[in-house]
Ligand binder design. Structure first.
Ligand code: 137
Length: 247
C-alpha cells in the first residue's frame, strides 16, 4: 500500500489507481530510451523538451486540443512525450497512450500517472510506453524500490519524481538513473521553480535530471539549466508553437 496519511484528491487518485484493470493487449513497438534521446538532443545543442499531453488537472487546467495534430507538430522538436493516463482528475486514458504509441515509433513516451501497482506498469509496457513515472511522495521507500526494479524488468527506465530535499535524499539512496524534480507540490498544488533550481544542485551528474512543471519561457529554462531535460505541459497545450522559443 502507498504512503500513509495521504488525503483528499490524491487519496482518491490512489484508490482509483489500485482498482484499475490491467491492459492485456500485446506490445508491438520497440523500446526507445529516454536517456539516449535526451543525450542526443543535448549533444546537438538544443534543449531536450518532453512535451506533455494533458486535458485537465486539479489546478484548474483544461484543454480540448486535438491529439494527433499536437503530436505530429511537436515530434520534430522534442526528446519525447509525456502522456497523462489518469482518468478521474486529468481526463486521461490508456486509449490516448495507445494512440500515441501507434503514431510515434522513434521517440520515447512516458506514461504519466499515479503508479502504485505492478498492474499499471504491465499496462504501460503493453500499451507501448518507454517509461513510467514513480512519485516518491506517494510511495513507501520499499515500494518505490520494488517498482523501479519491476519497471526495469520490462526494460523501462522509470522517472523517479521528488518535490523536496527529504525525498531527494531518500531517493539518492536507491539506484536511480532518471530523476524528475517537480516544481508543483502535489499536496497544495503550489509551483516553485526556485526550489527546483536548488534541488538540482544536490543531484550527482550521473543521474539524468528532468525539471517538471511551471516552465513557460526561455528564462525559466535558463534558470533550471542544471536539468538535462524539461517536461512541459500547460504552456505547449495552450500553444504548441511555443516550442520554437524553448529549444
Ligand atoms: P505544466 O507544464 O503543465 O505546469 O506541468 C507539466 C507536468 O509536470 C504536470 O502536468 C504533471 O504531469 C501532472 N500535473 C497537476 C499535476 C499533478 C498533480 C497535481 C496537479 C497539474 O496541475 O498539472
Amino acid at each position: 500500500m502507498p504512503k500513509d496519511g495521504i488525503n483528499g484528491w490524491l487519496k482518491d487518485v490512489i484508490e482509483h489507481s489500485l482498482k484499475r484493470p490491467k491492459v492485456k493487449t500485446e506490445r508491438n513497438r520497440r523500446i526507445n530510451s529516454f536517456l539516449d534521446s535526451i543525450r542526443q538532443k543535448k549533444n546537438s545543442g538544443v534543449n531536450a523538451i518532453i512535451a506533455e499531453y494533458k486535458r485537465r488537472s486539479p489546478s484548474g487546467f483544461s484543454s480540448d486540443r486535438e491529439l494527433e495534430s499536437y503530436i505530429n507538430y511537436l515530434r520534430r522538436y522534442v526528446a519525447g512525450f509525456s502522456i497523462l493516463t489518469e482518468e478521474k482528475y486529468f481526463n486521461g486514458s490508456y486509449e490516448i497512450l495507445k494512440r500515441v504509441s501507434e503514431l510515434v515509433s522513434d521517440l520515447p513516451i512516458l506514461m504519466k500517472d499515479f503508479v502504485v501497482s505492478e498492474n499499471q506498469i504491465d499496462s504501460a509496457y503493453n500499451l507501448g510506453a518507454d517509461g513510467v513515472l514513480l512519485i516518491a511522495s506517494i510511495l513507501k521507500e520499499r515500494e518505490l524500490e520494488h517498482l523501479i526494479d519491476y519497471a526495469r524488468s520490462y526494460g523501462l527506465e522509470p522517472l523517479v519524481e521528488v518535490n523536496n530535499e527529504d525525498e531527494l535524499k531518500s531517493v539518492l539512496q536507491l539506484d536511480v538513473k532518471f530523476m524528475g524534480i517537480n516544481a508543483r507540490n502535489l499536496f497544495n498544488l503550489k509551483v516553485n521553480l526556485d526550489t527546483v533550481k536548488d534541488l538540482l544542485e544536490l543531484v550527482p551528474d550521473n543521474i539524468t535530471k528532468v525539471a517538471e512543471s511551471g516552465i513557460k519561457t526561455r528564462e525559466d529554462i535558463l534558470k533550471l539549466r542544471k536539468a538535462d531535460a524539461f517536461l512541459i505541459g500547460t504552456s505547449l497545450m495552450e500553444n504548441p508553437m511555443r516550442i520554437l522559443e524553448l529549444l
